[in-house]
Design a protein around this ligand. Structure first.
Ligand code: PLP
Length: 290
């Protein structure tokens, strides 16, 4: 932050930063595993597209961002990390202005030990998701979900619903009853030898892309299209994809139990393959911890 590496407890943003007061901000999160970034170029490309979409100019190219992330992770000493890069609108350059062009856009990054969206030691019976009833996913005509963002009002309301009912996480539908995504993850249905995932209303996850590519290697067909809730509930297996853990199986959605409460074979194989791919030098950028 401000060109320095510092303890996370000392990192500060100003209280009138539009990133905070207007959620006028975008971010990305790249995983580090065993001392290397996974698919860093893909995350950087998405972060760049998000900045362009919001007209955020942080005055840094991918090379400078990479150097900042490398320095920060090396200084932290973390070999498995959740690494966030952020671009914020910043503070108005003219006090009180409502002109988004008149703000001091800025970059910062932070990292913490690797985060699993669903803890890996969670027993199968606890891998549950609730379909939110009180909220739908923010319409993409209002907030573009392909720009990774902090507009979490819908997810947070959904998480309260899910947690109050004893579920681990939540999945949101669009206004037509199609499955979109959940807080920090994409969603897949396995129907025989086919994988189905939504084509709209969600962030195009890098892990989602990895799953679609792994599916090819694994001899599965893929369908990217609207996914009706009933089809999702009727599927053989369902799972989440996220940079926080890769492929995370679900065993129950609402009162529908999949695979007799166990983890299905297609999901298990994709999960194992994800962890093989994360070690593949072709996808890795090693960090120099000197
Ligand atoms: C980050 C995120 C995902 C998952 O994307 P990955 O690139 O696979 O980590 C899915 N949905 C939302 C809303 C997210 O913020």
């Amino acid at each position: 932050m401000d060109g320095r590496v510092m303890p996370i407890s000392e990192a500060r943003i100003q209280v009138n930063d539009w990133g905070l007061v207007h959620s006028d901000i975008t971010y990305d999160v790249v995983p580090v595993w065993e001392g290397g970034f996974f698919r860093l170029d893909d995350y950087l490309a998405r972060f760049s597209a998000s900045r362009a979409s919001l007209r955020l100019d942080i005055g840094m190219e991918d090379g400078a961002i990479t150097a900042a992330l490398q320095d920060m992770v090396a200084a932290s000493g973390l070999r498995a990390a959740y690494v966030a890069m952020v671009a914020s609108r910043g503070v108005p350059l003219i006090p009180g202005t409502r002109d988004p062009r008149q703000c001091g856009n800025h970059f910062y990054a932070w990292c913490v030990p690797y985060v699993h969206v669903m803890r890996p030691d969670l027993p199968p019976e606890s891998r549950t998701a609730w379909i939110a009833q009180s909220v739908t996913r923010i319409p993409e005509s209002s907030v573009d979900p392909r720009v990774k963002n902090y507009h979490w009002g819908d997810f947070t309301a959904g998480l309260f619903e899910a947690k109050d009912k004893g579920f681990e996480t939540v999945i949101l539908l669009d206004s037509d009853g199609h499955v979109t995504e959940g807080p920090g993850f994409n969603v897949f249905a396995v129907c025989g030898d086919r994988l189905v995932t939504s084509d709209h209303g969600m962030l195009e996850g890098i892990s989602r892309r990895t799953v679609l590519e792994m599916a090819q290697e694994q001899g599965l067909k893929t369908e990217i299209r609207p996914l009706p809730l009933q089809e999702f509930l009727d599927a053989d297996e369902v799972f989440l994809s996220t940079s926080g853990g890769g492929v995370a199986p679900l065993t129950r959605v609402n009162d529908r139990v999949y695979q007799n409460g166990g983890i299905g074979p297609v999901t298990s194989e994709l999960h194992a393959r994800y962890w093989r791919w994360i070690h593949d030098p072709a996808y890795r950028t090693e960090i120099d911890y000197r």
